[in-house]
Ligand binder design. Sequence first.
Ligand code: 0RA
Length: 668
Amino acid sequence: MAEDLFEPVETSSATMAKAEYSARDIEVLEGLEPVRHRPGMYIGGTDIQAMHHLVAEILDNSMDEAVAGYANHIDVTMNADGTVTITDNGRGIPIDEHPKYPGTSALEVILTTLHSGGKFGGGAYKVSGGLHGVGLSVVNALAERLTVEVARDKKLYRQEYARGKPLTKLEFVANCPNRRGTSITFKPDAEIFEGNNTFIPNRIYRMARSKAFLFKGVKINWNCAPELIAEGDTTPLSDELNFPNGVADFLNLQLGERGTINRTAFTGEQEMANNEGRVEWAITWPIDENGFSYSYCNTVLTPAGGTHETGFRSALLRGLKEYGDMAGYKKITNATAEDFLSDACLMLSVFITDPQFQGQTKDKLTSTKAIKLVETAVKDSFDHWLSSDVENAKALIEYVIDRAEARKKKKEEKAQARKSPTKRLRLPGKLADCSQAAAEDTEIFIVEGDSAGGSAKQGRDRVTQAILPLRGKILNVASASVERIGQNQEIKDMIEALGCGVKDDYKEDNLRYEKIIIMTDADVDGAHITSLLMTFFYQHMPKLIENGHLYIATPPLYKIVAGGKNYYALDDEEKDKILAKVTKGNTKPDISRFKGLGEMSPTQLKETTMDKNNRILLRVMIPNTSTDEGRAEDFETRRQVERLMGKDPEQRFKFIIERAKFVDNLDI
Ligand code: 0RA
């Protein structure tokens, strides 16, 4: 069928190609407008990191073909003209007529329609996690130019696109008796990516290398035009990436020269029962207790972990306790997963069919079957590993027992220190402290303005929630001198209330609260204050952010009363959604706009913004710098923040908020 539909065509003009389109195709063409209108919703932002997700998306599609057993070779090439080409020897994207869109090829539907990337029911392992899995159409929409070539049934076809729209028909190019697969070449649209559409070779190289580590069945050929490699950049010009030892090799690379508690890493792989999937792992315990945890599902990173990690942890903790009991280490019963695994270096990779993910950024695996599958697959192997080397097991058990005892002691000391009046730090007068002594589970709300502070004080949970009201805008630390920062009352109050010290004096153990929550009005001034505070923490207490303590509250902007019920909306979009839902019959909903936190009653503030069960908190994050990937990201972040610092805090705020990896939806 393909042959008669797609006879060789010579057209290459956009207008000509479009003129030949029939009305029913318009729907397809319009399908990508939302992507160009709000790119952030599809790829998590419009910064350089988001731009690199486009490459990840294409690469993931080729990896899908490899993992499903249809391809074993992928070429990743960075061309001198700034385009990237990804070629695989898989089945090739189908080019026959799409059943739902007569006259249009499946290829064109896949490239021009949202959520059409599905494998039409086929495919063993389908990637759909992370920010990826959004589909080739999203990449196409955000590409200034995209060329796709498909070699299928011994024929080579080509089609060109610009910003999601076909420039040509699908053209027959040549017979190709020895070739099969898909090749996509594209360049991101500078209009979308803040004027910068230059890829960073090292990022793409590492991306390709990670994929090769995660799937032994693929050979990835890397090539980069020499003019793209900056001076001092050690990224190779070409490389053949294939790692028969998989994640074990990956772990060694990430670990570098660091010493470990155990003699050998615990590594292995296991097919799961009934062809339900496969798991591969490598874990070791570094002496410096500076661990990392990288987990993947179908070669896609799951930064927030999930069920595969749960299964893995459970197998290891159970295994260690059983072995410890048997070998006479009584104290091992008190050990927690935290003691055993929180500072280990772990690479965990699972392959399962039809994986499910959770969250706005889909970075957590939620398929329940992964727990049991991984647990069962790993447990026997771990038992064997422990009993096969007594010295090794002993070293590990002693390490875990030490850590369990240290944790217990620290907890006791901390509770003591907070209670003892002599040790009690000078606290700012404006602070309404919580009554609980231990920092665990406590929160401090840094609130914009005295009146909002008053509502917050009344609406809080006195046991675990403290309130520190700030008067107006805080000093812009980015542009202020050290003396001025030291004299600023609002900043002094914050430092005293937190108790942990600043810069090199920062002591995590002295931090008086588990969560530091910035709560400002849902307007531009509020955003400004939030950005000033974030800059303060970023520059003076970066560890506080790195360790996951900094959060942003999300107070609502609207209250809608309809049918005797109250609804709250965070923004206009949510308001419209609620209105669409509740506007039934003839009663008109009553909409009011909060001018600020101070306008809300304590009960309203509690219900919408402070209550642990109802609120949405955004967690501010800095990439984990213990890995190559994280270091590269962190480097970019610092560069960007420095660039934006001082002059335009709104832009900086927008920048930080947009960074998908920074923001986590919690407590929903
Ligand atoms: C849809 C269906 C099939 C394969 C693909 C898409 C596919 C997409 C990409 C993207 C990059 N490389 C790719 N390779 C394949 C299944 C085709 C069939 O059943 O023959």
